[in-house]
Design a protein. Structure first.
Length: 336
């Protein structure tokens, strides 16, 4: 038995599970910026993209599999596929390599992408293929390109997409370099966390394009201007994704927060500031700034990509607080 061949009872369970998931997403407000996405989530079957996934427990990860010979295990797998939670889909030596993101967060990101009919979209991080299927449902296969570094991931995504009846372009390659042979793009959306904004993405976009990417536990929305420049603010939504992988990239080590009061160490918005300024402010300096500026939320921060410079800022790109992002020769830290 495969994950996409279900008996009548499980098919009905999938339909009802999908409807319940859509209601839950709608209640969260995730469709607010673009309600048209409701139809995509109501139509595209998530279970086809997660034929198995892993659930953490006291004894490590347990595999839930749609092909299990146990009917109760198959039902558990299917119910889990339609819960509004992220699902771990690929592990290696205990490390999470790929996942299916939380559907309500996916819905919010797609709505905030603000696509229009005819837009050409690059997705960085193919994952299971589910997000590419949602994009294909909305825009058409020929308008969607998805890229991932791992050939096993792209092959499984391509297979899942075909099982669901979608055939966008699936590319194996380094997502930080974009897909220049398929450019220009009207939208770029990343489903993996980055340390900075690759200039290749901006260069491969048309003027007026929108880039939406996880960065430092937030979601950054940039508008591309002329001459390879882009600028925008973070959304208020927290976001945690698997880091973008590549031969020259490693996940940063956690920042030690010694000397910072416990209430700040445990505050998610303070930790966001620490992640944004990890190469330019020590935690005590970040704490002093955070308190002085009224404990700012994510929406007050933004990023500017300009030529060889990329920097993040608080309130104003040319204001008193600006910091270079990793790998950038942006403006020096001021205002501390």
């Amino acid at each position: 038995m495969t994950a996409h061949v279900l008996g009548r009872e499980l098919e009905q369970l999938a339909v009802s599970g999908r409807a319940a998931l859509v209601r839950e997403i709608e209640a969260s407000g995730a469709f607010a910026a673009d309600p048209v996405w409701r139809e995509a989530f109501a139509t595209v079957p998530r279970h086809l993209f997660v034929p198995y996934y892993y659930v953490g427990g006291a004894r490590g990860y347990e595999r839930c599999w749609g092909g299990s010979p146990d009917p109760r295990a198959r039902e558990r797998w299917l119910r889990g596929a339609y819960e509004d939670v992220p699902l771990a889909t690929r592990l290696r030596d205990g490390e999470l390599l790929s996942s299916s993101s939380q559907p309500s967060l996916m819905a919010e990101m797609l709505a905030e992408l603000r696509v229009r009919d005819g837009d050409r979209v690059l997705e960085v991080g193919a994952g299971t293929g589910y997000n590419a299927a949602l994009l294909s449902y909305r825009l058409g296969d020929e308008r969607v390109i998805t890229v991932d570094l791992d050939p096993e991931i792209t092959e499984s995504a391509r297979r899942h997409l075909a099982d669901a009846g979608y055939r966008p372009t699936v590319v194996t390659g380094d997502g930080a370099r974009g897909v220049p042979e398929r450019a220009p793009f009207d939208r770029i959306v990343a489903t993996c966390e980055l340390a900075s904004v690759p200039r290749a993405w901006v260069a491969q976009c048309r003027p007026g394009a929108r880039i939406l990417s996880p960065l430092a536990t937030g979601l950054l929305a940039l508008t591309v201007g002329d001459a390879g420049q882009a600028e925008g603010n973070f959304l208020n939504t927290p976001a945690y994704f698997v880091p973008l992988r590549g031969t020259d990239r490693r996940a940063p080590e956690p920042v030690a927060l010694g000397g910072v009061p416990p209430r700040a160490r445990e505050n998610e918005l303070f930790r966001f500031l620490v992640a944004l300024t990890r190469d330019t402010l020590d935690p005590q300096e970040a704490y002093a700034l955070w308190e002085r500026e009224g404990r700012p939320g994510r929406g007050r921060y933004g990023v500017t990509v300009g030529g060889e410079q990329t920097w993040t800022w608080l309130d104003d790109p040319e204001g008193p607080y600006a910091w270079p992002l990793p790998g950038s020769s942006g403006p020096g830290l001021v205002g501390t």
